[in-house]
Design a protein around this ligand. Structure first.
Ligand code: IPM
Ligand code: MG
Length: 362
């Protein structure tokens, strides 16, 4: 019987309550598979600040190092307190810190529009009704986020600030390979996003991606400028399967794609290292305004746990079972407050978790 060690980092706001529901689901999976999950809880974000005056304390990193995967909730505080010592820089410190510490170079962000939830989309109805199902594969540990040098110097009119966009062949190859590998298991199409008409880094990006594309003749490949991609997403999102992006373009387009689904509370994400280690987190934020009210949607956290089973624990069957349960509960019309409309069956965070566990049992 195998044991999987999970670092559980609930964080702030709705993090702890949606994490509790994901744990319920994992407990159920334990019963049916004989796999044991060993949960190692640690503090991150504002919750860690209260205890250590740091957003990502060494003790939390140590817990993560001793585990096989990280299940992350969310971090962040109320908008009006954002400049306080406790909350300022909390997301950057927590997330960029973890990404760098564990070399989580591949960020997978699915954005799927369920036809039954098309009303929640920001798209015009004739477009949203067709539904879409795409995956942003974002490079997460390189590019302009981490490139050196970055800084500020000078003063007065010549004071300046600078960041460096840089990608090595190794970095582009490994994220491109990831994109083509996952496309093989989806709809066999990769659209690589760049700005090769302007940026030298992106000319290189396109060249290396083309080399990788040639190794995957079974997968359709298309390069697209980022400005056009932002527009195409709103006009015809059905054309996309996998969107391969560098760090910054992936940040932007993954938020756009999420908004088009209209249901942030449903979207999971995975950040993967080489090998099987990964961090799994909902795409939405910590929503402190609704924390503790039972309104939070636990589905994104539950689907993040499913991604953990798929990518870190090689438990594809269990991952699919969870995804299937989530779909069934939605098809039966159960909704948390974020996606509720008249005529639906309204449920709390906990009830939603219970329903998903119940179906898992069948
Ligand atoms: C995200 C966030 C982060 C990013 C911030 C909070 C550092 O926007 O995960 O998309 O830019 O990567
Ligand atoms: Mg972002």
């Amino acid at each position: 019987m195998s044991t999987k060690k999970v670092a559980v980092l609930p964080g702030d706001g709705i993090g702890p309550e949606v994490m509790a529901e994901a744990r319920k689901v994992l407990d159920k999976i334990e019963e049916s598979t004989g796999v044991t999950f060993e949960y190692n809880q640690a503090l991150v974000g504002g919750a860690a600040w209260d205890e250590y005056k740091e957003h990502l304390p060494e003790s939390t990193l140590e817990t993560c190092r001793n585990c096989d995967a990280i299940l992350f909730g969310s971090v962040g505080g109320p908008v009006k307190e954002q400049n306080s010592e406790k909350w300022s820089g909390v997301e950057v410190n927590s997330l960029l810190g973890l990404r760098k510490a564990f070399e989580l170079y591949a960020n997978l962000r699915p954005a799927k529009l369920f036809p039954s939830l098309a009303f929640a989309s920001s798209l015009r109805e004739d477009i949203s009704q067709k539904g879409f199902d795409l995956l942003v594969v974002r490079e997460l540990t390189g590019g302009i986020y981490f490139g050196q040098p970055k800084g500020r110097d000078g003063e007065g009119a010549s004071e300046k600030a600078f960041d460096t966009m840089v990608y090595s062949r190794k970095e582009v190859r490994r994220i491109a390979e990831m994109a083509f590998e996952v496309a093989r298991k989806r709809n066999q199409k990769v659209t690589s996003i760049d700005k090769a008409n302007v940026l030298t880094t992106m000319v290189f990006w396109r060249k290396v991606v083309e080399e990788v594309a040639a190794e995957y003749p079974d997968v359709e490949y298309e390069p697209m400028y980022v400005d056009n991609a932002a527009m195409q997403l709103t006009k015809n999102p059905q054309q996309f399967d996998v969107l391969l992006c560098g760090n910054m373009f992936g940040d932007i387009l993954s938020d756009e794609a999420a908004a088009l689904t209209g249901s942030l509370g449903l979207l999971p994400s995975a950040s993967l290292a080489e090998g099987s280690f990964g961090m799994y987190e909902p795409s939405g934020g910590s929503a402190p305004d609704i924390a503790g009210t039972g309104k939070a949607n636990p589905i994104a956290q539950i689907l993040s746990a499913a991604m953990m089973l798929r990518y870190s624990f090689d438990m594809e069957d269990s991952a699919q079972k969870i995804e299937h349960s989530v779909n069934s509960v939605l098809e039966q019309g159960y909704r948390t407050a974020d996606i509720y409309t008249d005529g639906d069956k309204k449920v709390t965070t906990q009830e939603m978790g219970d329903l998903i566990v119940e179906i898992l049992d069948l």
